[in-house]
Each structure stands twice: as C-alpha cells, then as structure tokens.
Design a binder for this molecule. Structure first.
Ligand SMILES: Nc1ncnc2c1ncn2[C@@H]1O[C@H](COP(=O)(O)OP(=O)(O)O)[C@@H](O)[C@H]1O
Ligand SMILES: [Mg+2]
Length: 252
C-alpha cells in the first residue's frame, strides 16, 4: 500500500534556527500516526508546513500521489487535508448546529451574507446534524458553543473539521488541558474517525500512554529531525528514543 501523505526532505528554518530539518514522513491511509517529541522539537512547524500555513525552504509534500507543496490551506482543505483544534473556528454565541452549518457553507464557497434557499438551508442543517451525531453531540445541537464543557468543545472542533469532508485530519495536542475522562472520550472519537469513517489521523500528543494505546505508527522528533520512526512497540523499546527524549518514561 502506498502512503496517503508523504513528506520528503522537508526543511524550514527561522533565521539560524533549523526548526524542521530534512523530515521524511510516510503516513499510511486509515492509520493513526503520532508525532512525539519534546517542546521545541519542530512538531507544530511540521504541521504548519504540511497544512500550507507556511512554505518549506526545501523538500516536498505529496498527498494521495499528487505534489501539493506550497498549496494554500484552503486548496489543501479542498483536497481533504484538514487541521482541527483551532478554536478560532468556533463561534461561542452560535448553536452547535449553526457552527457546523457555517463551516459547511464556507466549504461550498457560500459566505455569511449570501442567502440560500429554504431547501438548501434544510439540507445543510441535516448535514450539520449528521456531523454532530458522528462526534456524539447530536443531543446538544441546539445549545450555544459557550454552554459546552471543555471536552465537548473539542468534539465540536472535530465536527467543524468533518464539515470540510476531510480524508486526513491533523490534530495538534488534542488532549492538552483535558481531564482524564475527557481525554478518554476524545481518544474514543479518534478511533471512531479511523474505524467507522475511514479517515487518516496525524496527531501530536504528549500523553505517551494515550499515544501508545491509539497509534498505528509513531515518528519521534528532536531538534527538528526525525530520530525514530516505527510501530509503537518498536518506539517503546528504542534506545535512541529513551535516551534522547523520554529518559526511560516508556519503561513502566
Ligand atoms: N514563527 C516562528 N518564528 C521563529 N521561530 C519559530 C517560529 N515557529 C517556531 N519557531 C521555533 O522553532 C522551533 C520548533 O518549534 P515548534 O515547531 O513550535 O515545536 P514543537 O511544536 O515541537 O514544540 C522552536 O525553537 C520554536 O521557538
Ligand atoms: Mg507544538
């Protein structure tokens, strides 16, 4: 099987700082692929390069066999590369259904001011409900986003991402700042995205236990470079990873 997402020799520096150096990453379809590494390792910069937020200095990104290097985030989203957990996309005063409906409208090129027919509005609302159902928020569709607990806000982020009909979802620290119960809920949701919706997920996450439990493959970065890459069981035993990053925290 060939990779859905492939980066080849991807590099980016900020002044003299090599934030991402020669990173080659293969993400297979319908897998959960985790990026591990200490703060400053270059994980978020790698996401920024993959999602088109910033251009690489060198190297390329290919998606489903096409070279997509240098594409804008909008064009990449049109191909199915979507990043979640950018809280800016949630309107706190709007209902959950309205939030997802807005994302659907914008993915269809309809801006806020264009009125659509009643039939179109009903169809968009039905689709919004379907995405809310997928993330377990169907019963809260009429609440405003600000009424949601923290964990449910994250799930709403995912529903908004689903409105863009993604094939690949990138999540940067989806579990940060969450309670244990909420972390479990988001973990279940990530598994459901892969198993029931056939999506591919790349996630950056510091909770090593969750990463080991969820991931099909793990890439470890340090100082902008990949220092290990493989199955969770292989990464767990990697001497390079233990000494360079985790200081034995996989041992338990
Ligand atoms: N826009 C930027 N300008 C300058 N330096 C940056 C910028 N973005 C990231 N960096 C630096 O690049 C390095 C990698 O950062 P980052 O990708 O955020 O790491 P991580 O997400 O693994 O913690 C850090 O040293 C960070 O300070
Ligand atoms: Mg980061």
């Amino acid at each position: 099987m060939s990779a859905l997402l492939q980066t080849t020799g991807l590099s980016r520096h900020f002044g003299g700082l090599k934030a991402v150096q020669d990173v080659s990453l293969s993400v297979m379809p319908r897998t959960i692929h985790a990026i591990l590494g200490p703060n400053g390792a270059g994980k978020t910069t790698l996401f920024n390069l993959i999602t088109g937020a910033i251009p690489p200095a060198s190297g390329c990104v290919s998606f489903d066999g096409s070279d997509v290097t240098g594409w804008t985030p909008e064009r990449l989203a049109g191909r199915g590369i979507v990043r979640t957990f950018q809280r800016t996309s949630v309107f706190l005063e709007l209902t959950l259904c309205e939030n997802v409906a807005l994302a659907i409208r914008s993915s269809r090129g309809l801006n806020f001011s264009i009125r659509c027919s009643r039939a179109d509005a009903a169809e968009i609302a039905a689709e919004a409900h379907q995405h809310l159902r997928s993330v377990g928020l169907a019963d809260k569709a009429a609440l405003t986003a600000k009424q949601l607990a923290h964990g449910s806000q994250r799930a709403l982020d995912v529903a908004i991402g689903l409105a863009l009909k993604p094939r690949l979802i990138l999540m940067d620290e989806p579990l940060a700042g969450m309670s244990k119960g909420d972390r479990h809920g988001i973990g279940e949701l990530i598994l459901k995205l892969r198993d029931e919706m056939g999506l591919t997920i790349v996630l950056v996450e510091h909770d090593v236990g969750m990463v080991m439990a969820l991931s099909d493959a793990i890439t470890v970065m340090q100082n902008g470079m990949v220092i290990a890459d493989g199955l969770p069981a292989v990464i767990r035993e990697s001497a390079a990873v233990k000494s360079a990053y985790l200081h034995g925290s996989f041992a338990s």
